[in-house]
Design a protein around this ligand. Structure first.
Ligand code: FAD
Length: 397
């Protein structure tokens, strides 16, 4: 096995998972992350199907199991917080919209980073600025660190990947906005969740939600609104102002969340989009996770896809004995059909999640009630079964 010098950009899910698997093969791995430290925050993410198999093959099941959240189900509430419909977690055998294997995104990132071998070097508070590919290497320029050469660069830096921009061209070539803007942060509300994911739909495609957290007294909140930003809202002030305007007059805990969002220490915001690429690896640069094939949180499969991507990339590199070109060709071939399946949005897409008219909001409440009944049940069971839609190669130890 050739020992390679590998750069990974991004330290959330796809990045640390890749770092862990590649460092275990003996490669010299450097991780660059734009944030000054591991980013906290996010609501729960699902460990489903093949994603759970990857966690198991990494030997991390005990660590993730210890942090699973006690989930009771999902319920819609009206503007006064009264429950209107419920879908208990057992409805799809523990594998539905809310599953029995949900973990906070921040907890999963911590588990992965905690398992990364100590030999891995981190460059915090930095970012890839430019990439120049040569026949046998890649030269990377950083915002702060001096230029360096690598044998392989892995872009695991999310929806607005700097590696993708530097190696594959501008965002608008690859991003397909789905028309939903989404913010996540930790907050407090005056209604106990008791393990329930509570969601309030308001006219105009506005959704307020609160999900369980592991810290008593806090919830993992989100605010989502239909539409796309005409220009990317890079600074928080513009994101907050957009949400204050959009959620003006919305009931339930919306006013309280608007008050708290500006002081949240784990703020995250995205104008949701899918990443669609003909090729997500080229020369000595490969994209993993949201950077290369984001399916959006509406599918509930982004984390599974990121874990599977990291596993297949590392597995194929191991199989090729460290030969980058054949490994990247196989990586794309193995991943492509799985990506195509997981990128199919659930019925209704953004308008199903965030209905606009009064009638559509009422219909959406009814749909939660009807989800575990025919014919919705079989439609949705198909969506959740996609997490198993790959025959995961066994790359051995
Ligand atoms: C703070 C946060 C909260 C989230 N909350 C949720 C949630 O509640 N529900 C949900 O479904 N999904 C959430 N997501 C997205 C979810 O983690 C991903 O869709 C999925 O797990 C795939 O992960 P990923 O590692 O490919 O991408 P991401 O999780 O998006 O991670 C990308 C990482 O790259 C870093 N990065 C970005 N740009 C650069 C750069 N130029 N240089 C270096 N590093 C860079 C980011 O800071 C981040 O750490 C969240 C993501 C983040 C970062």
């Amino acid at each position: 096995m050739k020992k390679l010098e590998i750069l990974i950009s991004g330290a959330s899910i796809a990045g640390p998972a890749s770092a862990l698997l590649l460092a275990r093969q003996g490669h010299r791995v450097t991780v660059v992350e734009r944030a000054p430290r591991l980013r906290p925050g996010g609501q729960t993410v699902d460990l489903r199907g093949a994603g759970r198999t990857v966690i198991d093959r990494m030997g991390l099941t005990p660590a993730t199991d210890a942090r699973l959240l006690d989930q009771r189900g999902i319920a819609t509430v009206d503007a006064r917080g009264r429950r209107r419909s419920e879908l208990p977690v057992e409805a799809f055998g523990g594998n539905g919209i809310v599953s029995t294997h949900e973990i906070l995104r921040g907890d999963l990132a911590e588990v992965l980073v905690g398992a990364v071998p100590e030999s891995v070097e981190y460059l915090w508070d930095d970012s890839v600025r430019a990439i120049e590919q040569h026949t046998g290497s890649v030269t990377v320029s950083f915002e702060r660190a001096p230029d360096r050469s690598f044998d392989l660069v892995v872009g695991a830096d999310g929806l607005r990947s700097a590696v993708r921009r530097a190696a594959f061209g501008p965002d608008d070539r690859h991003l397909r906005p789905i028309g939903l803007r989404y913010a996540w942060f930790t907050a407090t509300i005056d209604q106990p969740l008791d393990g329930w994911y509570l969601m309030h739909n308001s006219r105009g495609g506005r959704v307020v939600s609160a999900r369980p957290s592991r810290v008593d007294g806090t919830v993992k909140a989100s605010l989502a609104v239909r539409g796309s930003d005409p220009e990317p809202l890079h600074d928080r002030e513009s994101q907050w102002r957009m949400l204050e305007e959009a959620f003006d007059g919305v009931g339930w805990v919306a006013p309280r969340l608007l008050e708290q969002m500006r002081s949240a220490t784990d703020w995250a915001y995205a104008d949701l989009a899918q990443v669609r690429m003909e090729r997500f690896a080229s020369g000595r640069v490969a994209l993993v996770g949201d950077a290369g094939y984001c399916p959006t949180p509406l599918t509930g499969l982004g984390t599974t896809l990121a874990l599977v991507g990291a596993y297949v990339l590392a597995g194929e590199l191991g199989r090729s004995g460290g030969e980058v070109a054949p490994a990247l060709t196989e990586y794309q071939a193995v991943m492509r059909p799985f990506i195509a399946r997981t990128q199919q949005l659930p019925p209704g897409g953004a308008s199903g999640y965030a209905p606009s008219s009064r009638a559509a909001v009422a219909l959406s409440r009814f749909s939660y009630w009807s989800m575990d009944k025919w014919p919705m049940r079989s439609l949705l069971a198909g969506q959740f079964a996609k997490a198993d839609g790959i025959d995961l190669p066994d790359y051995g130890a």
